[in-house]
Design a binder for this molecule. Structure first.
Ligand code: GLN
Length: 475
């Protein structure tokens, strides 16, 4: 704990934490010491954890990195937080994110962007030394590599050793994308395997709490503690997950790995393609059956998401009316409920959030409903069925890239508008949320720019144990 707490101070400039909860950590630490003394440690006794700031934490501000909730102090813990703390974890703090989880870079937070720890020494060197041999860095002396998002704070918190594990949330890739850029393991469990109670919603039908850790085993230890049915979330599964196929056969040469050809997409870097091919070869040489497969609706996922996400966002954000909780606009001219709503929202939500509320309400208009929302739902069904068909042919695991490249520079990333960012960044990650299946980002290699390169594994719904086992083999 002491080492982690020290590192939290050392990495302040990376802006991974929105709030460091030192007093709470001390209380948890003392309790852990007592438990060890009595010889009754709980499963995660004394393990430092960090939590994305869109999970409710009792008596600790939960901001969603938005002015809307800047001073919001929940009166209860999210189920996953409660389970972590009941198992003996020490809360180190709340981590940075894109406002309400909308983004792929942790660049859209009212607290400022989170910086990737990878490459940060090179850039500070380039700052000192104008003769740096790295052209990009020489041109942009104040630039930095992004952490990815929207759970970028959690990824940097783990990558820098300020905690052993961190919670993130994943709606279209928000755990796996930053895990990939920061070189840590990022696990999005099956939808329904883990409670969303107390996770401030983005897209209820796709949101899943996820785990970021340095090893697959650490991910699993935390998953074992937080997974399972929760009476407070009716979408959680009331029975245990499927048993690992790897354990039941005890031989991985019986497992079949699919390589979906549609995940080759324009803009993918040659390094990503190379590492993807190399790992497929490695699996084949180790005895797995490796086959090329087709998931024909993959490329429609981004368009489908860009309708479904705003529709659910529009419904979810209706609660922020300036009346019940959160920010409230004041002023003499606010003489109607409508004007209070409008002023409150325009003053406290960023352009991305407001844009999605508008788009969602547009798609849901009576005259547009069938044209957009219903069409997108049908498309989602087709994406889902692609996966069902593939598992039906005997494929157990899919291997794909996570992101199209290694971490971009802040300057490269912010040149694009937010829709273009998502289209690029989420291409390989969103389909798993559409289908509700478990997916994991695993760091595998260092790129030419000295940044992490990762690959994604996906498994059938509720086959999380097989997924973790295969990921562990590859580690
Ligand atoms: N980038 C996607 C979005 O902006 C996904 C975010 C997420 O998974 N929370 O909606």
């Amino acid at each position: 704990y002491a080492q982690c707490a020290n590192r939290v101070k050392m990495i302040k400039s990376l802006n991974a934490y929105i709030r460091v909860t030192e007093e709470t950590s001390q209380v948890h630490l003392q309790e852990s010491i007592q438990r060890y003394k009595k010889g009754t440690p709980r499963p995660l006794e004394g393990i430092p954890v960090a939590i994305k700031d869109n999970f409710c934490t009792k008596n600790i501000t939960t901001t969603c990195a938005s002015k809307m909730l800047e001073n919001f102090v929940p009166t209860y813990n999210a189920t996953v937080v409660e389970r972590l703390l009941d198992s003996g974890a020490i809360l180190m703090g709340k981590t940075n994110l894109d406002e309400f989880g909308m983004g792929s870079g942790t660049t859209e937070s009212i607290f400022g962007p989170t910086k990737n720890v990878w490459g940060s020494h090179l850039i500070s060197k380039a700052n000192e030394n104008e003769n740096s041999d790295n052209e990009v860095e020489r041109k942009q002396p104040n630039d930095f590599y992004i952490a990815g998002g929207s759970s970028g704070g959690s990824a940097v918190a783990v990558a820098t050793g300020t905690c052993s594990v961190a919670l993130g949330s994943d709606t279209g890739g928000s755990v796996r994308n930053p895990a990939s850029y920061c070189g840590v393991v990022g696990f999005k469990p099956s939808y329904g395997s883990i409670s969303r109670y107390g996770l401030i919603p983005l897209v209820n039908s796709m949101d899943v709490p996820g785990i970021l850790a340095r090893t697959v085993d650490d991910c699993r230890s935390v998953f074992d503690v937080i997974k399972g049915c929760d009476p407070k979330d009716s979408t959680t599964l009331p029975r245990p997950l499927s048993k690992s196929k790897l354990k039941s056969t005890n031989k991985f040469d019986k497992l079949c790995v699919g390589i979906p050809k549609e995940f080759h997409c324009p803009g993918m870097s040659s390094e990503v393609i190379e590492v993807w091919n190399d790992v497929a070869d490695l699996l084949e040489n180790s005895g797995f059956r490796v086959v090329q497969v087709s998931l024909p609706h993959t490329s429609y996922s981004i368009a489908c998401y860009s309708v479904l996400n705003p529709c659910e966002v529009a419904s979810n954000m209706a609660r922020y009316d300036g009346l019940r909780y959160g920010y409230r606009a004041t002023g003499k001219d606010l003489n109607s409920t409508e004007s209070l709503y409008a002023a409150t929202r325009s003053q406290s939500l960023n352009q991305i959030v407001r844009g999605r509320i508008l788009a969602g309400n547009y798609f849901l208009l009576k005259e547009n409903y069938d044209k957009y929302f219903v069409q997108a739902l049908k498309l989602r069904r087709l994406i889902y069925e692609d996966y069902i068909k593939i598992w039906g042919t005997g494929v157990d695991i899919l291997l794909t890239p996570v992101t199209l490249s290694d971490a971009p520079l802040f300057s490269e990333f912010t040149q694009k508008d937010s829709r273009a960012q998502s289209a690029d960044q989420d291409y390989c990650t969103q389909p798993a949320n559409m289908a509700g299946i478990p997916a994991l980002s695993l760091p595998v290699r260092i790129s030419k720019r000295n940044l992490p390169l990762s690959l994604q594994l996906m498994a059938p719904h509720f086959d999380d144990e097989t997924l973790l086992d295969v990921a562990h083999l590859l580690e």
